[in-house]
Design a protein around this ligand. Structure first.
Ligand code: IMP
Ligand code: MG
Length: 198
């Protein structure tokens, strides 16, 4: 049997990269159950329309949607903001629109992480113009120290320090999304320099 004890917590991934667990899978699941209850308590009788931001928000959406009782529908939107690295360009561009209208619906935007707030600021402005009945925001993670745009999330899974995290939907160059936990990514400086020189 592989050793899955404490010694394995700093897992070696790609050469020069390692991921240290910050929030375990079971902790994420417990928190999502609580958020789902809170959301249903706030809107006891309404059909809820969850709008997830591809691709990072997908696991959060599927777990959240299955935990909310009553009528739930969902849709997807895609934007690009980050490039291939760990720094945001600050530019937000719509790359895939919703399939259906949100007019008159109780909409909950489901995002993986609230970082600078640029992405959600852009989306909230766009959605508000489409006249939903209610517009709320649920994020799994919040990095308050990085905020530039004054965006407020109504439902927050975990507030985290200013570290680059991967897993549970979050990626580094499209990798690590499939990890069942959220972990802090470390780049070995020797390898990072080599990659940057390419
Ligand atoms: P914001 O527009 O700066 O709030 O960033 C939102 C998007 O940036 C998220 O949906 C993520 O795709 C990405 N992002 C921000 N912080 C991280 C991180 O720590 N790891 C991976 N992606 C991140
Ligand atoms: Mg994202």
């Amino acid at each position: 049997m592989p050793n899955r004890g404490k010694k394995q917590r700093k897992n070696k991934k790609a050469p020069g990269e390692s991921v240290k667990i910050l929030i375990s899978g079971p902790r994420i699941q417990r928190r999502i159950q609580a958020l789902a209850k809170q959301i249903r308590k706030d809107f006891p009788d309404e059909p809820l329309h969850l709008v997830s931001v591809l691709k990072g928000g997908v696991f959060f959406l599927t777990d959240l949607a299955r935990s909310i009782s009553g009528e739930v529908s969902f849709d997807f939107i895609a934007v690009s903001s980050y490039g291939q690295d760990t720094h945001s360009s600050g530019q937000v561009r719509l790359t895939r629109d919703l399939d259906s209208s949100i007019e008159g619906k109780t909409v909950i935007v489901v995002e993986d992480i609230l970082d600078t707030g640029m992405t959600l600021q852009y989306l909230l402005k766009l959605f508000q113009q489409r006249k939903p009945k209610h517009l709320r925001v649920a994020v799994l993670l919040d990095k308050p120290d990085r905020r530039i745009a004054p965006v407020h999330a109504d439902y927050v899974g975990f507030s985290i320090p200013n570290e680059f995290v991967v897993g549970y939907g979050l990626d580094y160059s499209e990798r690590y999304r499939n990890l069942p936990y959220v972990g802090v990514l470390s780049l070995d400086s020797k390898w990072a320099k080599k990659a940057a020189a390419k």
